[in-house]
Write a protein that binds this ligand. Structure first.
Ligand SMILES: Nc1nc2c(ncn2[C@@H]2O[C@H](COP(=O)(O)OP(=O)(O)OP(=O)(O)O)[C@@H](O)[C@H]2O)c(=O)[nH]1
Ligand SMILES: [Mg+2]
Length: 365
């Protein structure tokens, strides 16, 4: 990872928890002063005046401020991870600037230069209508085209649902996000350090996986080889992330204790095979654990309206209505055929059968 870039209040807090070597970007001087970072970039509001308190939840203001930092950011986003909340003005508006830039690039970005995004979505049931609307607009107008351009890498869709439902203190919740991301990103390092028993995920394989323009749902749990894997996977979704849809690609690391059964990974291979996916995997011996553990990542794709709906699937009737309103306001449904052609193209399959299997899997035929 070249740089970790935190944008806006939430983005900066989470990025600097992930690494003090982060770069933070904010309009707000106060928020910038509160974090320890390698580099602090202050975005300037149009007109250059004001107390630099932030964008007051207005992404239009945040997007206008993008012009003041575009040069600096465009030089730093390649091969980097961008972290921002989608609800406020600054993280939303400036990340929109980055995504628009990636969409308009005349050339295709190389694998190692792809930008990853970790987005923090509001919990629609309890967070303000502005946060929800800003998010709907962002998912539809920025995220969907960015994915379609093929120029973004994996996108992690974090949600504040658990934070609100379990009343978790903000700092602790941020630590949970960071801990979970670190665990997933440690896969190649574990492959380098642990004794490998089967398969292999090296840094290049991992980077290639991260470079795909899909959503990434990853999760970690103790695996019981005596039980069905699919059920365990659905019982152990990562509750910090939006749930995964039918996977297009998958990757897993299975860690087994010394002398543990190293062949149960075939269950996972077969499970994914039934989903039409051939996973990349490795099995490693970890002397520090007492039971087998798996880190599983699934890449999936969503259309704009589904995306907007996703972040609210668990909310109550009131919030459903709130989100429905934002869907009709912001989301224009494209003709299905257009999306399907794109989906098929994105998955670089050599034979027609695979494309048909893919379309079936995503329930389009
Ligand atoms: N998980 C988490 N969410 C946060 C945190 N701070 C704010 N949020 C959420 O992020 C959204 C608001 O985004 P912020 O990052 O505060 O806003 P901003 O990008 O700085 O934009 P403005 O302050 O409007 O200029 C809301 O959904 C908040 O609940 C945090 O530290 N952790
Ligand atoms: Mg702010």
């Amino acid at each position: 990872m070249k740089n970790i870039i935190g944008i806006g209040g939430a983005g900066s807090k989470i990025a600097t928890k992930l690494s003090e070597e982060s770069i933070v970007v904010n309009v707000s001087e106060v928020e910038l002063s509160k974090v320890v970072a390698k580099e602090k970039i202050q975005a300037i509001l149009r007109g250059g005046s004001g107390a630099y308190k932030g964008c007051r939840m207005d992404p239009v203001i945040g997007h206008e401020a993008y012009a003041s930092v575009s040069r600096e950011l465009e030089g730093r986003i390649r091969g980097s991870l961008v972290i921002a909340a989608t609800g406020g003005g600054t993280g939303n508006g400036i990340t929109k600037g980055i995504m628009d830039y990636l969409v308009k690039l005349p050339e295709k970005i190389r694998v190692e230069d792809k930008t990853l995004f970790a987005l923090v979505l509001p919990y629609a049931r309890l967070e303000s209508a502005e946060f929800v609307e800003n998010t709907s607009m962002f998912l539809n107008e920025s995220v969907a085209p960015a994915i379609d351009s093929g120029n973004t890498g994996n996108i992690f869709m974090f949600t504040n649902r658990l934070k609100f439902e379990e009343r978790i203190p903000e700092d602790h919740f941020n630590q949970m996000i960071v801990g979970s991301l670190k665990e997933f990103l440690a896969i190649p390092q574990k492959n380098a350090e642990l004794k490998l028993l089967d398969g292999h995920i090296d840094q290049e394989d991992f980077d290639l996986f991260l470079s795909k323009p899909y959503f990434n749902h990853f999760t970690v749990f103790n695996y019981d080889a005596g039980q069905e894997f699919g059920r365990q996977l659905s019982e152990h979704t990562n509750t910090l992330l939006l749930p995964a849809e039918a996977p297009i690609e998958a990757l897993f690391l299975m860690e087994v204790p010394v002398g543990g059964d190293q062949t149960s990974f075939y269950n996972l291979v077969e499970y994914f095979n039934r989903q039409g996916v051939k996973p990349i995997y490795s099995v490693a011996e970890n002397p520090e654990i007492g039971a087998p553990r798996v880190t599983v990542s699934q890449l999936y794709s969503r259309k704009p309206a589904e995306l907007v709906h996703d972040f609210n699937t668990v909310a109550d009737q009131h919030a459903q209505t709130k989100v429905k309103k934002t869907i009709t306001q912001y989301v224009q449904l494209e003709p299905l055929e257009v999306n399907m052609a794109d989906e098929a193209k994105k998955v670089k399959t050599s034979d027609q059968d695979d494309i048909v299997a893919l379309l079936k899997r995503i329930h389009k035929i």
